[in-house]
Design a protein. Sequence first.
Length: 319
Amino acid sequence: MMKLTGKHTLWLSALVGFVLLPQLISVKYYLHLAILSLCWVIAAQGQNLIQGYTGYVSIVQAGFMGIGAYSTALMGLHYDLPVWLTILLAPFVTAIFALITGYPSLRVKGHYFAVVTLAFNLVIFIVLMNWHDLTQGEAGITGIAKPGGKDSLFNWRDRETYYYFVLIIATLMTGLAALIVHSRVGQNLIAIRQNEDLVGALGIAAWKYKLFAFVTSAMYAGLAGAVYAHYQSFINPEIFGVAQSLDAILAVIVGGSGTIAGPVIGAFFVVFLPEYLRFADGFRLILYGLVLVLATIFMPRGIVGVASDFWARIKGRQT
């Protein structure tokens, strides 16, 4: 019988908190923000695989979200496929693009890799903005169907229903990320982050593991984009630009790079913080950037790292 550790208890408590959250929120707009945050949890968990565990900073996560969002929307509108099927197919469509772009881009390292992925995000954004016949350009695509039909057991237009739907997906994808990290594959990814040359010297094909992390990260983003598209019922290229890819990176850094809990905390942070800074009007984005810069400088291990250090000090005093 598996022993329930303090970490497991903390995760269960957090899950209970998320389940009860809609009952505790009186302002429905905050429930909307919680749904967006959970979409970003999915994307940030994928970003964490390539950035936090493999050590490669990818600036294309929002672009892959765009591919997932437009894929599910177009498959539903043009081929009349069921919503559930298009959501399932969207990550695999995204994976194809990730394979095509990942193999050449992973031949470079460090800042060069970041620049290459940044260029890919720009290409995706330009295509989404200018291929009017397919994407409707800046006007975007409207009328994206919600999950379920007229005879559905649940009211999918109700935010609370969709919140629980996204919560289930985010929980499953977080669990999958944990399984990957604790597997042999995950250990190899961490080894690549620490010393890629040594991994190669040991006869391990590092490029295969890097490509796995990149494609898996893209699939996470594609799924997040698909879930987002069916929630909003409208998409346009504006939300899939470089700025949003930077938000995914910041979610990982602020929450705690190379941890499972980090992307969860970071995703809520990057969604809710700009909203709480609305009182500053024109200075909101400046304050947002300042907070993130200070957090990166003074909390290099993120919120999870600070919390871990604080807990270790408390335990040290008790012993």
